[in-house]
Design a protein around this ligand. Structure first.
Ligand SMILES: [Zn+2]
Length: 453
C-alpha cells in the first residue's frame, strides 16, 4: 500500500453513527478519510488509542468568552484553551458581554477578527436580537452568524437590553424569513423584577436570592417564546432550560408543530441549590440551580431523549465581581467549559452502561448541535468526509478535579474536589492535536471560523 495519511488514531473504541466499534481512524487534510480496523498505511503521526474511547469532538454551542472588550473576564485564548482541555473542539460565542456586543455585522466582524487570532478550537459567532435591531439581522446572517440570541429578562449588562414580546415577534418574523434561528434566555422579566424586589427586601443572603428566581419565571417565558415561535414560524432554541417542567412545556409545543429545540447545561445536571448555599458565588447562575428533585427529573428528560443539546454556558467574571455581602449583587455565571463535560459523562456512567451513555451524550454534545445549527456537513459525527474533530476519553480509573488545573483566566468554578471518571486524554481539531496529556499543544492557535450552511 502506498497510501499515506496525516494522522492515524489506532485501536480506540469509537462512537460512530453505527454504534461503538473498536477501529482505526485515518485523517487526511483535516478530514476523516477512512474508518476501519487495522488500516495498513503510513502516517505522519500515529496516536495509539487502545483502551480509550473516542467521541465526535464536543461542540459547545453556548459560551461567553467576552472578547473583544471584556477580555479581562475570560477572552478567547484562555477560554478556548480551557474548552480544548475539557474535550471541546468548537464553541459558539454569545453576542453579549463582549464590547461591542454583536448586534450588527460590523460588530460581528470585530469579534471575528479578534477570535481568529487566538482561538485554539474552531468557533462560530452568535448575533444578538435586541430592541430596535431587526434591520441588522440580515447583515449578521450574511456575515456568518450562527443564530440570534435574545434575553427575555435583564441580561446583566446595559448594552444588551432585554427583548420584550414585541421585539421577539418582529425579530422572529425577520429571522424566519432569513431562515435563521432565535435562541432565548427564558426568564420572565416582569416576574423577575417583582420577585427580586420582594425577596431582596426580606434578605440579601443566598437563600433569598434562590427564592427570587423560581421555576415559574422560566415557565412563563417559555410559554411566551413558543407562542411567538408558533405564530411566526421561526426556529426557536431555548437555552439552559433548568427544570423538567420547562422541558415538558417546550416538548408539548414541539408536538404541536412548533420548531423548537431544548438546551440544558452540565451544571443543572451536576449541582443543586444546596451547592449554591455551600459554594456561594462560583455556583450562582441564571436561572439558578434547582432542588435535587428537579435535577433528578432533568436527568430523566436527558435519558428519555427530550433534550436536544447540552452547552456549558461558560460565563466567567473577574473575582471582584464574584464577591459581595449582597448575594443578589454578585455576577451570575458559572465557569464550566473545562470540567463540566467530563463530569457530565462521569455522572451519566454512574447511571447507565457506557454503550448507552456515550452515543446519547455524544448526540447531545455534538451531532444534534451540528444538525440543529446547520454545520452537520462539517462536524458532529465520526464519519468519513467530516472534519477530524475527535475527543479521546480515558474511562479507566478516577481522579480528583482541582480548580488549580483550570486554564480559565480566573481559576474559579464549582467542581473543585469532584471525582472524574472520564478524563479527557486528547482533543483533536481537524486532525491536529490541540490538547494532550494535560497540556495545550505547542504552536500558534489555528481555530477556524465556522459558517452555517
Ligand atoms: Zn449564557
Amino acid at each position: 500500500m502506498s497510501e499515506h495519511f496525516d494522522l492515524l488514531v489506532r485501536g480506540a473504541t469509537v462512537v460512530t453513527p453505527a454504534g461503538l466499534i473498536v477501529t482505526d481512524i485515518a485523517v487526511s487534510e483535516g478530514k476523516i478519510a477512512r474508518i476501519g480496523p487495522g488500516i495498513d498505511a503510513a502516517a505522519a503521526e500515529i496516536v495509539d488509542a487502545q483502551g480509550l474511547h473516542v467521541i465526535a469532538g464536543i461542540i459547545d454551542s453556548h459560551v461567553h468568552f467576552n472578547e473583544p472588550g471584556r477580555t479581562e473576564w475570560e477572552g478567547v485564548e484562555t477560554g478556548s484553551n480551557s474548552l480544548a482541555a475539557g474535550g471541546g473542539t468548537a464553541f459558539f460565542d454569545m453576542p453579549l458581554n463582549s464590547l461591542p456586543p454583536v448586534t450588527d455585522a460590523a460588530n460581528l466582524a470585530k469579534k471575528l477578527e479578534a477570535a481568529s487570532k487566538v482561538a485554539r478550537t474552531d468557533f462560530a459567532i452568535w448575533g444578538g436580537l435586541v430592541p430596535g435591531n431587526a434591520d441588522q439581522l440580515e447583515g449578521m446572517r450574511d456575515a456568518g452568524a450562527i443564530g440570534f440570541k435574545a434575553f427575555m429578562c435583564n441580561s446583566g449588562v446595559d448594552e444588551f437590553p432585554a427583548a420584550d414580546a414585541a421585539t421577539l415577534r418582529v425579530g422572529m418574523k425577520r429571522a424566519a424569513a432569513l431562515d435563521m434561528m432565535v435562541a432565548v434566555h427564558a426568564e420572565d422579566e416582569t416576574l423577575a423584577r417583582m420577585r427580586t424586589a420582594q425577596m431582596h427586601a426580606l434578605g440579601t443572603d443566598v437563600r433569598s436570592f434562590l427564592k427570587s428566581r423560581p421555576v415559574e419565571l422560566e415557565l412563563a417565558a417559555i410559554r411566551t417564546a413558543v407562542d411567538i415561535a408558533g405564530e411566526t414560524g421561526c426556529a426557536l432554541h431555548i437555552v439552559h432550560v433548568s427544570s423538567p417542567d420547562g422541558v415538558a412545556l417546550a416538548s408539548e409545543a414541539k408536538t404541536q408543530g412548533v420548531n423548537v429545540s431544548i438546551e440544558t447545561c452540565p451544571h443543572y445536571l451536576l449541582l443543586t441549590e444546596e451547592d449554591v448555599v455551600r459554594l456561594g458565588a462560583p455556583a450562582k447562575c441564571f436561572p439558578p440551580l434547582r432542588p435535587e428533585a428537579l435535577r433528578a427529573g432533568l436527568w430523566r428528560e436527558v435519558e428519555s431523549g427530550s433534550i436536544d443539546t447540552i452547552g456549558s454556558d461558560h460565563s466567567p467574571a473577574p473575582p471582584s465581581m464574584k464577591r459581595s455581602s449582597d448575594f443578589f449583587a454578585i455576577w451570575g455565571g458559572i465557569s464550566g467549559c473545562q470540567h463540566g463535560f467530563e463530569l457530565l459523562i462521569t455522572e451519566a456512567l454512574a447511571r447507565r452502561p457506557v454503550e448507552v451513555v456515550l452515543p446519547q451524550l455524544s448526540a447531545l454534545l455534538s451531532a444534534n448541535v451540528a444538525k440543529r445549527f446547520g454545520i452537520d456537513h462539517l462536524k458532529g459525527r465520526v464519519a468519513v468526509g467530516l472534519d477530524a474533530d475527535l475527543t479521546l476519553l480515558d474511562l479507566k480509573g478516577e481522579r480528583k478535579l482541582s480548580n488549580a488545573d483550570l486554564l480559565y483566566r480566573h481559576r474559579q468554578g464549582p467542581y473543585d474536589g469532584r471525582i472524574s471518571r472520564a478524563r479527557v486524554d486528547r482533543t483533536i481539531v481537524r486532525g491536529r492535536t490541540v490538547y494532550a496529556k494535560g497540556r495545550i499543544a505547542p504552536g500558534a492557535p489555528t481555530g477556524h471560523f465556522i459558517r452555517p450552511r
